[in-house]
Design a binder for this molecule. Structure first.
Ligand SMILES: *Cc1c(COP(=O)(O)O)cnc(C)c1O
Length: 383
């Protein structure tokens, strides 16, 4: 057996060829809820689909290989993955997280777990002194999300891991925005990676899903136990769709990035745009860190529109190729306003503190022709 090294090869081949019955090239969907035993205690490795399923196992092997983890649990949604990971802790424990994390994660932490007795510090994680100063006697976990959503701020993963591990804290990184193609948190020392596979890993906006990737066996055992006990594992059909999508991760990410860079440069030069947030632009203030921990910039960008010239609705109505929609990471371009849509649950104070304004526009740049996307933005930005 050859050692699969290149992530392009891994995404196409790992976990995929498991049909020994009819030699189908593509992993079969096993929609069965239960598996029969040949005799008591003697089966083929599966007993009940909540606990394990061959289609889901194929996807788990694939994603674990991409992130270079020991194992993976595929979950019903990204939030299911994040929920399961929080069950590594208990009420009374303190968690440090960024003040600009994904809105749904913030809602789970702040509105669900906090009233149950979990304690949180939401801080500017670019400030390493603030991270250090936030560690207290009950701190158990540091939650890392980088680049942040929607302003693409970068957290120094290795430096945060260093602070955490000196105090024996668990580190978790949400790697949804860049995918393992552009960033590998486990290689930077993070203990657990989570994904919303709804986004780039599946890439086609036709399924919701999540993943937990474990950095060692102890975490894997506890994590898999939790996913089964909580009942948050992914359905076989959905796992199959993500497995189909993930095989083209590399070429999709290359095009997302190339298009995003062109769109970002176009927007930066436009007179009705005040500011563009994209790690691939020289104007992004964290160049050193970007080079250090990312092998690419991804396909997400944000910009502040001059709404005195063009209102949000004028822009959105005129656009033909950018659907006004939440979510991201699919082949089609999407556009939205974090202030009024994706990040509403942060509340006005939270939005302001993180630097989001009512003029901020978030774009998930798809894999269409870049010239078409730019022409579309150009006509819509005239107002
Ligand atoms: C979408 C998203 C999630 C939540 O995933 P769902 O699949 O919608 O449950 C978590 N983190 C990030 C960064 C996301 O973009």
């Amino acid at each position: 057996m050859l050692a699969l090294m290149d992530i392009r090869t891994k995404s196409v081949h790992t976990g995929v060829n498991i049909d020994k019955t009819f030699n189908s090239v593509i992993t079969p969907i096993y929609p069965t809820s239960t598996f029969y035993f040949d005799e008591v205690g003697k089966g083929k490795g599966y007993d009940y689909t909540r606990s394990g399923n061959p289609t889901r196992a194929a996807l788990e092997a694939n994603i674990a290989a991409l992130e270079e983890g020991v194992n993976c649990s595929a979950t019903a949604t990204g939030m299911a993955a994040i929920t399961a990971v929080m069950f590594f802790l208990k009420p009374g424990d303190h968690i440090i997280a960024g003040d600009d994390i994904y809105g749904g994660t913030y809602r789970l932490f702040n509105a669900v777990l906090k009233p149950m007795g979990f304690k949180f510090s939401f801080i500017n994680m670019r400030d390493l002194k603030a991270v250090k100063d936030s560690v207290g006697k009950d701190t158990k976990m540091i939650w890392i999300e980088t680049p942040s959503n929607p302003l693409l701020n970068i957290v120094d993963i290795a430096a945060v891991v260093d602070i955490a591990h000196k105090k024996k804290l668990l580190t978790v990184a949400d790697n949804t925005f860049l995918s393992p193609y552009f960033q590998k948190p486990l290689a930077l020392g993070v203990d657990i990676v989570v994904h919303s596979t709804t986004k780039y890993l599946n890439g086609h906006s036709d399924v919701v899903g999540g993943a937990i990737i474990y950095g060692n066996k102890t975490l894997q055992e506890r994590g898999r136990y939790l996913v089964n006990a909580l009942g948050v594992s992914q359905a076989p059909y959905d796992a199959w769709l993500v497995l189909r999508g993930v095989k083209t991760l590399a070429p999709r990410m290359d095009v997302h990035q190339a298009n995003a860079l062109k769109v970002a440069r176009f927007l930066e030069a436009h007179k009705n745009v005040k500011k563009v947030y994209y790690p691939g632009l020289k104007s992004h203030p964290q160049q050193g860190l970007i080079k250090k921990q990312m092998s690419g910039f991804g396909g997400m960008l944000a910009f502040d529109l001059n709404t005195k010239k063009v209102t949000l609705n004028q822009l959105f109505r005129k656009l033909e190729y950018f659907a006004l929609a939440e979510s991201l990471g699919g082949v089609e371009s999407l556009i939205e306003t974090p202030w009024f849509m994706s990040h509403v649950s942060m509340g006005e104070a939270g939005l302001k503190a993180s630097g989001i304004t009512p003029e901020t526009v978030r774009v998930s740049v798809g894999i269409e022709g870049a010239e078409d996307l730019i022409a579309d933005l150009n006509q819509a930005l005239k107002g």
